[in-house]
Design a binder for this molecule. Sequence first.
Ligand SMILES: [Fe+2]
Length: 383
Amino acid sequence: MLIYHRLGQLPRKRHTQFRKPDGSLFREELMGTEGFSGAQSLLYHHWDPTRLKSSELVRRQPVELLEDDRLEPRHLSSAHFQSSGDPITSRVVLFANAQVNLGLATPNAPMDYFYRNGMADEVIFVHAGGGIVRSVFGNLPFRQGDYIIIPVGTTYQMRCEKDCRLLVVESGGRIQIPRRYRNEFGQLLEHCPYSERDFRLPEKLECIDEMGDFPVIVKMGDALHRVVMDHHPFDVVGWDGRLYPWIFNIGDFEPITGRVHLPPPTHQTFAGDGFVICSFVPRMYDYHPEAVPVPYNHSNVNSDEVLYYVDGDFMSRKGIQTGSFTLHPAGVPHGPHPGTVEASLGKRETRELAVMLDTFLPLRLTKQAAPYLDPSYVRSWIG
Ligand SMILES: [Fe+2]
């Protein structure tokens, strides 16, 4: 995260004696990414975070790819997707490659444990619902339209207070704000479609000094491990740094428009390793008197393009519902559906809301995506 943030109590200088009221020392932890060269925070615990009582492999859950990986546009009619479980176990991976997993979750049960993704940053887009993410860094209340960014290694618990539908991205690399939006000091520039004021940072640090058995499920690759700590993991009295979970709401994305059609990089919201995330939001159409508002055909020669349809009518596609995905793979051109170019002429605005994920390595469908496949989509450009 760009912004230095701090919550709770800290010693005046790092790595110096910091004592509890009874005179004993708080335990310092540096949580950093990319060795000692990435984003990092310093946390002060009541107890050493190394105090594990036990560890066991719960299960392996490898992503199973669909064998039928034909090269054609795909549509998943996933509007009525339903899964069961808590905010972690209800996750269903629908698309995957070596760098990123993408899926959905509709949790219907609470979490009675803590969770840590040991190898991936997570972006959780809240299509519907609301609730709170509690973590060692404090609380983050969330609502519809939020992108919740949870850095790798964060111990957290997610509670849905309304029926939630979540789009879940697991990224092997760090989720970042695109480099071109930042100056050399890390400050967001004027052409960025959002500003620092649009970010919501952790608040209300809960410091729970409690001993007992506290299970943390840790995901490492395709394995889920259960480690039991002898104290509550939210025993942090204070922390500071630039590594922590945060939220950006898609409603705060200010679209950039032009006289003629502007390409998807103008919608870019986040950058991952090997992929980008873009937000298509309600906006004015292009205002050249002869403008064609819907996009031209394009060959995304070396990226696969997934669109997740959140709300409104998507201008260039027919037969798509809220909650659908489309995947347009590299290797075959894609473009607007027949009739949509003509229908767009003279239109002044669009109410579409969609999240796009473009990957630079091919993205494969998983076996769990198969029930939602719409076999008619590939021929829908020839009527
Ligand atoms: Fe496209």
